[in-house]
Design a protein around this ligand. Sequence first.
Ligand code: BDR
Ligand code: CA
Length: 317
Amino acid sequence: MKKVILDLDTGIDDTLALSYILGSPDAELIGITGTYGNVVVEQGVSNDLNLLAMYHREDIPVFSGVPYPTGATSFQPEWFVYHGENGTGNITIPATATRKAEEKSAVDFIIESVREYGDDLVVVPTGASTTIAAVFEKAPDIIDKIHIVLMGGSLTQPGNCNPFQEANMGQDPIASNKMFATDADITMVGLDVTTQALMSREDTQKLRDTGTTSGKFLADMTDYYIGVSEKDEGALPNVCNLHDPLAAAVALDPTLVKTFPINIKVETEGVSVGRTIGDPSRLLSPVKNTKVALEVDTKRFTERFMERLLSLVTTIG
Ligand code: BDR
Ligand code: CA
Protein backbone atom coordinates (compact mmCIF):
# COMPACT_ATOMS: atom_id res chain seq x y z
CA MET A 1 0.00 0.00 0.00
CA LYS A 2 1.60 3.29 -1.14
CA LYS A 3 0.75 6.70 0.26
CA VAL A 4 0.09 9.16 -2.57
CA ILE A 5 -0.14 12.94 -2.96
CA LEU A 6 -1.65 14.06 -6.26
CA ASP A 7 -0.58 17.54 -7.43
CA LEU A 8 -3.30 18.22 -10.02
CA ASP A 9 -4.46 20.94 -12.43
CA THR A 10 -7.89 19.32 -12.62
CA GLY A 11 -8.38 18.84 -15.78
CA ILE A 12 -10.08 15.85 -17.52
CA ASP A 13 -7.16 13.42 -17.45
CA ASP A 14 -6.31 14.68 -13.94
CA THR A 15 -9.85 13.65 -12.94
CA LEU A 16 -9.24 10.22 -14.47
CA ALA A 17 -5.92 9.97 -12.56
CA LEU A 18 -7.69 10.82 -9.31
CA SER A 19 -10.36 8.23 -10.08
CA TYR A 20 -7.67 5.64 -10.81
CA ILE A 21 -5.94 6.25 -7.48
CA LEU A 22 -9.24 6.14 -5.57
CA GLY A 23 -10.06 2.86 -7.32
CA SER A 24 -6.67 1.32 -6.47
CA PRO A 25 -6.54 -1.05 -3.50
CA ASP A 26 -2.75 -0.52 -3.34
CA ALA A 27 -3.00 3.30 -2.88
CA GLU A 28 -3.79 5.53 0.06
CA LEU A 29 -4.44 9.07 -1.16
CA ILE A 30 -3.33 11.27 1.75
CA GLY A 31 -4.06 14.60 0.05
CA ILE A 32 -4.51 16.56 -3.15
CA THR A 33 -2.54 19.70 -3.86
CA GLY A 34 -3.86 22.06 -6.50
CA THR A 35 -1.58 23.53 -9.14
CA TYR A 36 -2.55 25.45 -12.30
CA GLY A 37 -2.40 24.64 -16.00
CA ASN A 38 -5.61 23.30 -17.54
CA VAL A 39 -7.43 25.65 -15.14
CA VAL A 40 -6.52 28.23 -12.52
CA VAL A 41 -5.74 26.89 -9.02
CA GLU A 42 -9.09 28.03 -7.63
CA GLN A 43 -11.06 26.13 -10.28
CA GLY A 44 -8.88 23.04 -9.97
CA VAL A 45 -9.25 22.96 -6.18
CA SER A 46 -13.01 23.44 -6.46
CA ASN A 47 -13.11 20.52 -8.92
CA ASP A 48 -11.04 18.37 -6.53
CA LEU A 49 -13.39 19.13 -3.63
CA ASN A 50 -16.48 18.34 -5.70
CA LEU A 51 -14.96 15.16 -7.13
CA LEU A 52 -14.08 13.95 -3.63
CA ALA A 53 -17.67 14.70 -2.61
CA MET A 54 -18.91 12.65 -5.58
CA TYR A 55 -16.69 9.77 -4.49
CA HIS A 56 -17.79 10.09 -0.83
CA ARG A 57 -14.18 10.79 0.14
CA GLU A 58 -14.47 14.12 1.91
CA ASP A 59 -11.99 12.74 4.45
CA ILE A 60 -9.15 13.49 1.98
CA PRO A 61 -7.74 17.02 2.44
CA VAL A 62 -7.21 19.44 -0.46
CA PHE A 63 -4.55 22.21 -0.42
CA SER A 64 -4.05 25.19 -2.73
CA GLY A 65 -0.68 25.47 -4.44
CA VAL A 66 1.30 28.36 -5.88
CA PRO A 67 -1.10 30.00 -8.37
CA TYR A 68 1.21 31.65 -10.91
CA PRO A 69 4.36 30.83 -12.89
CA THR A 70 7.74 32.10 -11.64
CA GLY A 71 7.88 35.89 -11.92
CA ALA A 72 4.20 36.24 -12.98
CA THR A 73 1.37 37.92 -11.11
CA SER A 74 -1.47 36.17 -12.89
CA PHE A 75 -2.30 33.09 -14.92
CA GLN A 76 -4.79 32.42 -17.69
CA PRO A 77 -5.13 28.87 -19.04
CA GLU A 78 -4.22 28.74 -22.72
CA TRP A 79 -5.29 25.16 -23.29
CA PHE A 80 -8.75 25.33 -21.73
CA VAL A 81 -10.26 24.22 -25.02
CA TYR A 82 -8.99 20.70 -24.25
CA HIS A 83 -10.61 20.50 -20.84
CA GLY A 84 -13.57 22.86 -21.19
CA GLU A 85 -13.87 26.11 -19.27
CA ASN A 86 -14.59 24.31 -16.00
CA GLY A 87 -11.81 21.71 -16.46
CA THR A 88 -14.24 18.79 -16.72
CA GLY A 89 -15.28 19.20 -20.35
CA ASN A 90 -18.08 21.63 -19.42
CA ILE A 91 -19.85 18.72 -17.70
CA THR A 92 -20.94 19.57 -14.16
CA ILE A 93 -19.53 17.32 -11.42
CA PRO A 94 -22.63 15.66 -9.92
CA ALA A 95 -21.85 16.58 -6.30
CA THR A 96 -21.10 19.74 -4.37
CA ALA A 97 -18.52 19.84 -1.62
CA THR A 98 -19.59 20.79 1.88
CA ARG A 99 -16.14 22.11 2.73
CA LYS A 100 -13.31 24.33 1.51
CA ALA A 101 -9.61 23.77 0.89
CA GLU A 102 -7.39 23.52 3.99
CA GLU A 103 -5.76 26.63 5.44
CA LYS A 104 -2.32 25.03 5.24
CA SER A 105 -0.50 25.62 1.96
CA ALA A 106 0.23 22.84 -0.54
CA VAL A 107 3.93 23.58 -0.10
CA ASP A 108 3.85 22.97 3.67
CA PHE A 109 1.65 19.89 3.30
CA ILE A 110 4.08 18.27 0.86
CA ILE A 111 7.12 19.14 3.02
CA GLU A 112 5.55 17.77 6.21
CA SER A 113 4.30 14.63 4.48
CA VAL A 114 7.70 13.82 2.95
CA ARG A 115 9.38 14.33 6.33
CA GLU A 116 6.81 12.08 7.98
CA TYR A 117 6.47 9.26 5.45
CA GLY A 118 9.73 9.26 3.41
CA ASP A 119 9.99 6.17 1.21
CA ASP A 120 6.35 5.17 1.85
CA LEU A 121 5.11 8.24 -0.06
CA VAL A 122 5.05 9.14 -3.75
CA VAL A 123 4.18 12.62 -5.05
CA VAL A 124 2.50 12.71 -8.47
CA PRO A 125 2.55 16.14 -10.18
CA THR A 126 0.39 16.35 -13.30
CA GLY A 127 0.39 20.11 -13.96
CA ALA A 128 2.75 23.10 -13.62
CA SER A 129 5.88 22.50 -11.48
CA THR A 130 5.75 25.78 -9.52
CA THR A 131 4.58 24.26 -6.22
CA ILE A 132 7.20 21.47 -6.34
CA ALA A 133 9.99 24.00 -7.03
CA ALA A 134 8.74 26.07 -4.06
CA VAL A 135 8.84 22.94 -1.87
CA PHE A 136 12.50 22.36 -2.76
CA GLU A 137 13.38 25.99 -2.18
CA LYS A 138 11.72 26.06 1.25
CA ALA A 139 12.92 22.66 2.46
CA PRO A 140 16.11 21.48 0.74
CA ASP A 141 16.38 18.75 3.41
CA ILE A 142 13.59 16.77 1.74
CA ILE A 143 15.23 16.62 -1.70
CA ASP A 144 16.93 13.30 -0.92
CA LYS A 145 13.77 11.89 0.69
CA ILE A 146 11.06 12.70 -1.86
CA HIS A 147 9.93 10.34 -4.63
CA ILE A 148 8.26 12.03 -7.59
CA VAL A 149 6.49 10.38 -10.52
CA LEU A 150 5.34 13.19 -12.79
CA MET A 151 3.44 13.57 -16.02
CA GLY A 152 5.32 15.94 -18.25
CA GLY A 153 7.97 16.49 -20.88
CA SER A 154 9.15 14.35 -23.75
CA LEU A 155 12.48 12.99 -24.86
CA THR A 156 11.69 11.16 -28.10
CA GLN A 157 8.41 12.68 -29.30
CA PRO A 158 7.45 16.20 -30.42
CA GLY A 159 5.72 18.39 -27.85
CA ASN A 160 1.96 18.83 -27.74
CA CYS A 161 2.03 22.66 -27.55
CA ASN A 162 4.64 23.06 -30.27
CA PRO A 163 7.39 20.78 -31.63
CA PHE A 164 9.47 21.32 -28.47
CA GLN A 165 7.08 21.84 -25.61
CA GLU A 166 4.84 19.52 -23.62
CA ALA A 167 2.04 21.44 -21.85
CA ASN A 168 2.99 20.86 -18.19
CA MET A 169 6.68 21.69 -18.71
CA GLY A 170 5.69 24.75 -20.74
CA GLN A 171 3.64 26.29 -17.90
CA ASP A 172 6.66 27.31 -15.79
CA PRO A 173 9.88 26.11 -17.45
CA ILE A 174 12.00 27.89 -14.81
CA ALA A 175 10.33 25.94 -12.00
CA SER A 176 10.46 22.67 -13.95
CA ASN A 177 14.16 23.20 -14.61
CA LYS A 178 14.81 23.89 -10.90
CA MET A 179 12.99 20.68 -10.01
CA PHE A 180 15.03 18.52 -12.42
CA ALA A 181 18.30 20.26 -11.44
CA THR A 182 18.09 18.86 -7.90
CA ASP A 183 19.17 15.33 -6.96
CA ALA A 184 15.55 14.39 -6.21
CA ASP A 185 14.37 10.96 -7.34
CA ILE A 186 12.13 11.75 -10.34
CA THR A 187 10.39 9.43 -12.77
CA MET A 188 9.31 11.36 -15.86
CA VAL A 189 6.23 9.90 -17.52
CA GLY A 190 6.05 12.07 -20.62
CA LEU A 191 4.64 12.03 -24.13
CA ASP A 192 7.09 9.24 -25.03
CA VAL A 193 4.71 6.84 -23.31
CA THR A 194 1.48 8.71 -22.54
CA THR A 195 0.73 9.09 -26.26
CA GLN A 196 0.58 5.28 -26.38
CA ALA A 197 -1.95 5.07 -23.53
CA LEU A 198 -5.40 5.55 -25.05
CA MET A 199 -9.06 5.57 -24.08
CA SER A 200 -11.82 5.18 -26.69
CA ARG A 201 -15.58 5.88 -26.88
CA GLU A 202 -16.13 2.13 -26.46
CA ASP A 203 -14.32 2.41 -23.11
CA THR A 204 -16.34 5.45 -21.99
CA GLN A 205 -19.53 3.60 -22.97
CA LYS A 206 -18.56 0.81 -20.54
CA LEU A 207 -18.48 3.40 -17.74
CA ARG A 208 -21.88 4.75 -18.85
CA ASP A 209 -23.31 1.23 -19.08
CA THR A 210 -22.79 0.77 -15.33
CA GLY A 211 -25.89 2.96 -14.99
CA THR A 212 -24.16 4.95 -12.23
CA THR A 213 -24.07 8.74 -11.84
CA SER A 214 -20.29 8.81 -11.44
CA GLY A 215 -19.80 6.48 -14.43
CA LYS A 216 -22.00 8.67 -16.63
CA PHE A 217 -20.14 11.79 -15.49
CA LEU A 218 -16.71 10.29 -16.31
CA ALA A 219 -18.01 9.03 -19.68
CA ASP A 220 -19.54 12.38 -20.72
CA MET A 221 -16.46 14.30 -19.56
CA THR A 222 -14.04 12.00 -21.39
CA ASP A 223 -16.13 12.01 -24.59
CA TYR A 224 -15.61 15.78 -24.65
CA TYR A 225 -11.84 15.20 -24.44
CA ILE A 226 -11.96 12.58 -27.20
CA GLY A 227 -13.95 15.00 -29.38
CA VAL A 228 -11.39 17.77 -28.92
CA SER A 229 -8.37 15.44 -29.23
CA GLU A 230 -9.46 13.94 -32.53
CA LYS A 231 -9.51 17.41 -34.12
CA ASP A 232 -5.71 17.66 -33.62
CA GLU A 233 -3.65 17.43 -36.76
CA GLY A 234 -2.63 13.82 -37.38
CA ALA A 235 -4.59 12.56 -34.34
CA LEU A 236 -6.08 9.08 -34.20
CA PRO A 237 -9.89 9.05 -34.41
CA ASN A 238 -12.09 8.02 -31.47
CA VAL A 239 -9.43 8.17 -28.71
CA CYS A 240 -7.78 10.47 -26.19
CA ASN A 241 -4.48 10.13 -24.35
CA LEU A 242 -4.43 8.95 -20.75
CA HIS A 243 -1.51 11.22 -19.82
CA ASP A 244 -2.09 11.74 -16.10
CA PRO A 245 -3.61 8.32 -15.33
CA LEU A 246 -0.47 6.62 -16.69
CA ALA A 247 1.73 8.66 -14.33
CA ALA A 248 -0.57 7.71 -11.43
CA ALA A 249 -0.41 4.04 -12.42
CA VAL A 250 3.40 4.10 -12.70
CA ALA A 251 3.60 5.69 -9.26
CA LEU A 252 1.92 2.57 -7.86
CA ASP A 253 3.57 0.06 -10.20
CA PRO A 254 6.87 1.14 -11.80
CA THR A 255 7.00 -2.15 -13.78
CA LEU A 256 4.42 -0.74 -16.23
CA VAL A 257 7.25 1.19 -17.92
CA LYS A 258 10.90 0.78 -18.83
CA THR A 259 13.01 3.81 -18.03
CA PHE A 260 16.24 5.46 -19.12
CA PRO A 261 18.45 7.14 -16.47
CA ILE A 262 19.49 10.70 -17.34
CA ASN A 263 19.96 14.17 -15.89
CA ILE A 264 17.31 16.39 -17.46
CA LYS A 265 17.19 20.12 -17.99
CA VAL A 266 14.27 22.21 -19.18
CA GLU A 267 15.00 24.96 -21.67
CA THR A 268 14.00 28.29 -20.16
CA GLU A 269 14.33 30.58 -23.19
CA GLY A 270 14.43 30.71 -26.97
CA VAL A 271 12.33 28.82 -29.51
CA SER A 272 12.70 25.56 -27.60
CA VAL A 273 11.51 26.97 -24.25
CA GLY A 274 9.89 24.20 -22.21
CA ARG A 275 11.78 21.36 -23.92
CA THR A 276 13.02 18.55 -21.68
CA ILE A 277 16.47 17.43 -22.84
CA GLY A 278 19.63 15.87 -21.39
CA ASP A 279 21.62 18.38 -19.33
CA PRO A 280 25.06 18.67 -20.99
CA SER A 281 26.58 20.08 -17.79
CA ARG A 282 25.75 16.83 -15.95
CA LEU A 283 26.44 14.43 -18.81
CA LEU A 284 29.47 12.90 -17.08
CA SER A 285 27.93 12.87 -13.64
CA PRO A 286 27.82 9.31 -12.27
CA VAL A 287 24.50 10.13 -10.57
CA LYS A 288 21.48 10.28 -12.90
CA ASN A 289 18.52 11.46 -10.85
CA THR A 290 15.73 11.20 -13.43
CA LYS A 291 14.30 8.03 -14.90
CA VAL A 292 12.54 8.79 -18.19
CA ALA A 293 9.85 6.29 -19.16
CA LEU A 294 10.45 5.24 -22.78
CA GLU A 295 8.51 1.97 -23.06
CA VAL A 296 5.09 1.13 -21.67
CA ASP A 297 3.08 -2.05 -21.33
CA THR A 298 -0.08 -0.45 -22.73
CA LYS A 299 -2.19 -3.60 -22.56
CA ARG A 300 -1.51 -4.18 -18.88
CA PHE A 301 -2.05 -0.48 -18.11
CA THR A 302 -5.29 0.04 -20.04
CA GLU A 303 -6.85 -3.18 -18.76
CA ARG A 304 -5.99 -2.24 -15.18
CA PHE A 305 -7.20 1.32 -15.75
CA MET A 306 -10.63 0.21 -16.96
CA GLU A 307 -10.92 -2.48 -14.27
CA ARG A 308 -10.21 0.02 -11.47
CA LEU A 309 -12.49 2.75 -12.84
CA LEU A 310 -15.36 0.34 -13.40
CA SER A 311 -14.97 -1.08 -9.91
CA LEU A 312 -14.85 2.43 -8.40
CA VAL A 313 -17.99 3.76 -10.10
CA THR A 314 -19.88 0.53 -9.42
CA THR A 315 -19.10 0.83 -5.72
CA ILE A 316 -19.87 4.56 -5.57
CA GLY A 317 -23.00 4.65 -7.70
C1 BDR B 1 -0.66 17.31 -19.78
O1 BDR B 1 -1.17 18.62 -20.00
C2 BDR B 1 -2.44 18.77 -19.43
O2 BDR B 1 -3.27 19.37 -20.33
C3 BDR B 1 -2.93 17.38 -19.14
O3 BDR B 1 -3.80 17.36 -18.02
C4 BDR B 1 -1.67 16.61 -18.90
O4 BDR B 1 -1.28 16.75 -17.55
C5 BDR B 1 -0.45 16.63 -21.11
O5 BDR B 1 0.55 17.30 -21.83
CA1 CA C 1 -2.81 17.61 -15.90
